[in-house]
Design a protein around this ligand. Structure first.
Ligand SMILES: Nc1ncnc2c1ncn2[C@@H]1O[C@H](COP(=O)(O)OP(=O)(O)OP(=O)(O)O)[C@@H](O)[C@H]1O
Ligand SMILES: [Mg+2]
Length: 199
């Protein structure tokens, strides 16, 4: 596969849809130069949300581990083991993702996985940089989410690796729903030789 044919799965989570940010967020990906190759509006079932978040059991423990490390860094008393902590987070994520419609899409472009995550920003909106989607459009934090016993509302999901993107694209779209097409803008991004553009 060529670098500029890489694909990534993006979800506009229930908070993005409820806050009428669909157009704004999709616009950011479009303006950056990424190409939409699949798009749908869907109310996920709990099973669909679980399948999305839990690719294997190890993932639950890793999520719990990251959360516990964060708690330690913030001086919060750690009360559970990684597996229990991870399972609790997954339950909240599933509840959140299946609570209201989401927009699922596949973006394609040069190193689309990394470029998309750069545009989205870091996971906790409290920490995500200004200029990123999470940094510019929301204000949530783990502390606030924990105090409400809910998942952090960070507007967007974006695949984090080649393995995840392949798994997640299959989880949300059939093969036929992902459309291979040429977008004229791709010529400027990837093909045109600027030495000959005057002619
Ligand atoms: N330390 C944590 N405490 C609580 N919830 C967390 C923590 N880390 C992640 N999450 C939740 O789990 C989701 C998935 O976490 P992950 O580490 O994959 O972050 P991400 O890749 O930036 O986000 P996403 O997968 O949603 O794009 C996050 O969107 C967030 O809601
Ligand atoms: Mg992730």
């Amino acid at each position: 596969m060529k670098l500029h044919e890489e694909k990534t799965l993006v979800l506009l989570k229930p908070d993005a849809v409820q806050r009428n940010l669909i157009g704004e967020i999709i616009g950011r990906f479009e303006k950056a130069g990424l190409k939409i190759v699949a798009l749908k509006f869907v109310l996920p079932t709990k099973d669909q949300a679980y399948k999305h978040y839990v690719k294997n059991e190890a993932e639950i423990i890793a999520l719990g581990q990251r959360s516990i490390e964060g708690q330690k860094r913030s001086g919060i008393e750690v009360k559970t083991d990684p597996k229990t902590q991870g399972q609790e987070i997954v339950n909240k994520l599933v509840k959140f993702l299946s609570s209201s419609p989401v927009v699922a899409m596949v973006l394609q472009g040069n190193q689309a996985i990394a470029i998309t995550r750069k545009l989205v920003g870091s996971t906790e909106p409290l920490q995500s940089a200004v200029g990123t989607i999470r940094g510019d459009y929301t204000v949530d934090s783990y502390a606030l989410a924990d105090s409400g016993d809910r998942a952090v509302r960070n507007l967007v999901h974006a695949s984090s690796s080649q393995f995840d993107s392949e798994y997640e694209i299959k989880a949300w779209f059939t093969k036929e729903e992902v459309v291979d097409y040429k977008n004229v803008r791709d010529k400027i991004l990837y093909d045109v030789n600027f030495d000959s553009i005057k002619e």
